[in-house]
Design a protein around this ligand. Structure first.
Ligand SMILES: NC(=O)c1ccc[n+]([C@@H]2O[C@H](COP(=O)([O-])OP(=O)(O)OC[C@H]3O[C@@H](n4cnc5c(N)ncnc54)[C@H](O)[C@@H]3O)[C@@H](O)[C@H]2O)c1
Length: 338
C-alpha cells in the first residue's frame, strides 16, 4: 500500500499545552506535519515555530486558516476564545481538535457543534484521560461486563502542589469549567449508556482561603446521580504536595476497576527512611502517551472523517454538569440535569 501523505495541521494558541501539542504533531507523529502556528502574543508563534523548525507563524487565526494546504487545526487558546475560533475554523472547512472546555455556555456548545456539522468537518475535544492506557483498559473491562452493573463511580483530579499561580488571574469557576470537566467526561464515559439526573457540588478555597471572598475556589466535591441508579463522585484540589494525582474507579455488581497511579514508575526505593516512589509532577509527563494517542486518533479522524474520541456532544454533556455544579454551589442545593 502506498504511504499516505502526512496531514497538514495548524496550531492556534502557542501557550503551555499548545506548545506541547505542536511538538507532538511536529515530532511524535509521523502521519502529521505541523505547517503553521498562530498566537496573538508577541513572538509566541514565532518562537515556537523557530524551536520546531516551522516556517509559518501568524498573529491572527484567520491568516493561519488561509495557509495553503492546511487541513486541520488544534485550538489551544484560553477557554473563552474556543467557540469563536472553532466556528471560524469550521467555516474555513478545517478538521478541528479543540482543547477542553469546548465552550463555557450551552448556547456556545450548540453553536460549535452546529458549525462543525454544517461544514461536515470532524470535531474532537481534548478529554485526554480517555486515551490513557489504564483508563482505556478500565472502560474495556466495563464494556466486557467484568464489573457488572456500575453502582459507584469515582474520578479525581489533584493538581501538583505547591499551588503557585495568582488566584486573581484565574477565571471564576475554573475548578468546574477547566479542571473537573475532565472528571465529568470520565464519569460519563465510564458509565456507558447512563444519563446523569442530578448534581450536587460543594466547593471552597482551602488552599488559598485569603481569596475565598473574591470567589476563587480551589477544592470541590461533586456527587452525581444517574438514571441507572448509580452514584458518582468527582473531586478536585489545586495543591497536592505529593504530586499530580489522577484516578478513576468503577465499582459494580461483579467487581471493580481502578485506574491511575501517582507513582511515576514501578521503581521503588528502599533505604534508611523506608520505602518510597517518585511521583508525577506534570500532566505532560504523566499523560505523554495519552496525549500522543489522542492526536494520533485526531489525525486518523481527519483522514476518515470519523471521530473516534470525545465529540462536541460529549463536551456539551460534560459542560452541562459543570454548569449545574456552579448553580449548585451558588444555591447550596442539588440541581436537576435535563
Ligand atoms: N487537556 C489537558 O490536559 C489540558 C492541559 C492544559 C491546558 N488545557 C486547556 O488548553 C487551553 C489552553 O491552556 P494553556 O494552559 O495552554 O493556556 P496558556 O495561557 O498557556 O496559552 C494560551 C495561548 O493562547 C494564546 N491566545 C489567546 N487568544 C488567542 C487567539 N484568539 N488565537 C490564538 N491564540 C490565542 C495566548 O496568547 C497564549 O499563548 C485551556 O482551555 C486549558 O483548559 C488542557
Amino acid at each position: 500500500m502506498p504511504k499516505s501523505k502526512p496531514v497538514n495541521v495548524g496550531l492556534i494558541g502557542a501557550g503551555r499545552i499548545g506548545s506541547f501539542h505542536g511538538e507532538t504533531i511536529a515530532r511524535r507523529l509521523v502521519d502529521a506535519d505541523l505547517v503553521a502556528i498562530a498566537d496573538p502574543a508577541p513572538n509566541a508563534a514565532a518562537n515556537l515555530a523557530d524551536k520546531l523548525g516551522i516556517e509559518s507563524a501568524y498573529t491572527e487565526a484567520a491568516d493561519l486558516l488561509a495557509h495553503p494546504g492546511l487541513e486541520a487545526v488544534i485550538i489551544a487558546t484560553p477557554a473563552r476564545f474556543h467557540t469563536d475560533v472553532l466556528v471560524q475554523a469550521a467555516e474555513a472547512g478545517k478538521a478541528i481538535f479543540c482543547e477542553k472546555p469546548m465552550a463555557l455556555t450551552l448556547e456556545d456548545a450548540d453553536r460549535a457543534i452546529a458549525a462543525a456539522r454544517a461544514a461536515g468537518v470532524p470535531l474532537q475535544v481534548g478529554f485526554n484521560r480517555r486515551w490513557d492506557q489504564a483508563f482505556a483498559e478500565g472502560r474495556a473491562a466495563i464494556d466486557a461486563g467484568k464489573v457488572g452493573r456500575p453502582q459507584l463511580v469515582r474520578s479525581l483530579t489533584r493538581d501538583p502542589g505547591p499551588f503557585g499561580a495568582d488566584p486573581a488571574r484565574i477565571p471564576l469557576w475554573t475548578i468546574f469549567y477547566e479542571t473537573l470537566i475532565h472528571d465529568f467526561d470520565t464519569l460519563l464515559w465510564l458509565n456507558p449508556g447512563a444519563r446523569p439526573v442530578e448534581a450536587y457540588a460543594v466547593a471552597d478555597a482551602l488552599v488559598r482561603p485569603d481569596f475565598r471572598e473574591k470567589g476563587f475556589l480551589d477544592t470541590a466535591v461533586v456527587t452525581i446521580r444517574f438514571d441507572n441508579g448509580s452514584v458518582a463522585v468527582a473531586e478536585a484540589n489545586f495543591s497536592a504536595l505529593y504530586g499530580y494525582d489522577i484516578r478513576g474507579e468503577v465499582f459494580g455488581s461483579s467487581g471493580m476497576v481502578t485506574m491511575g497511579d501517582v507513582r511515576r514508575s514501578s521503581m521503588t526505593l528502599f533505604d534508611k527512611d523506608g520505602v518510597s516512589n517518585d511521583t508525577w509532577r506534570r500532566d505532560t509527563d504523566h499523560f505523554i502517551h495519552g496525549y500522543t494517542a489522542q492526536l494520533a486518533s485526531f489525525v486518523r479522524a481527519v483522514r476518515s472523517g470519523k471521530v473516534e474520541g470525545p465529540t462536541g456532544e460529549d463536551a456539551r454533556d460534560a459542560l452541562t454538569i459543570a454548569l449545574a455544579c456552579i448553580e449548585s454551589v451558588s444555591r447550596k442545593q442539588a440541581v436537576p440535569l435535563r
